[in-house]
Design a protein around this ligand. Structure first.
Ligand code: HEC
Length: 177
């Protein structure tokens, strides 16, 4: 009889303890939310010519280039810059905020140049294009304004940029990595 009441008492204590434990809420550790969108501004690509020169391409790219980037002739030189040598994709995806620029120059017809860029904007900016934003830059690396239009967006140049880059979709729209 005594033994039994001790067992009951122990059981009761155990039960009470387990209830207290269950009710004790774990303290929520404050977490700074990671930014979910990268919005490039006029400073983002400013010093791109001092970035890491990842690749230099000469002449026409017979497979893909066609009229892209104005560099469709034998004199064209195309330089692709990433901010550092360490930019890489993981599971086939580049991280939010990845940026890359391309400078194309040519000699024909008096010569010329064009600077294009891409930024992984994220935040469902353009799910059908894996959330990349496309840009045409002015010579100083700021985002070009043409006839009052800021040259940026998912569907820049009526979707031409994205349309062609989609053929590199398995590499997250980046041809040269
Ligand atoms: C007809 C196809 C085509 C179109 C249109 C095109 N690109 Fe490209 N782009 C390429 C190819 C191919 C490369 C790889 C480098 C090379 O061969 O010059 C490239 C490279 C790039 C790069 C360097 C990163 C990479 O993918 O290697 C950027 C940045 C870029 N393009 C931006 C743009 C922007 C912005 C536009 C629209 C204004 C655009 N592209 C339109 C074919 C295209």
């Amino acid at each position: 009889m005594r033994k039994q009441s001790i067992v009951i008492a122990l059981f009761a204590i155990g039960f009470a303890l387990s209830i207290t434990q269950a009710c004790k809420k774990s303290e929520d550790t404050p977490v700074t939310p990671a930014p979910s969108e990268f919005i490039a501004d006029n400073n983002t690509f400013k010093s791109f010519q001092n970035w890491h020169l990842h690749a230099t391409k000469n002449g026409v790219d017979p497979a893909m280039l066609k009229t892209a980037h104005g560099g469709d002739d034998s004199t064209s030189v195309r330089k692709i810059y990433f901010p550092t040598n360490n930019v890489s994709s993981s599971n086939g995806q580049y991280p939010l905020g990845t940026i890359v620029s391309k400078l194309t120059t040519w000699q024909k017809n008096g010569g010329g140049s064009m600077i294009t860029a891409m930024a992984k904007r994220g935040n469902n900016f353009d799910p059908s294009g894996n959330n990349w934003e496309y840009f045409v830059l002015a010579a100083d690396g700021s985002i070009m304004v043409d006839n009052g239009t800021v040259m940026r967006g998912a569907n820049l140049m009526n979707g031409m940029c994205k349309g062609c880059h989609a053929s590199a979709a398995t590499k997250d729209y980046i041809f040269t990595k």
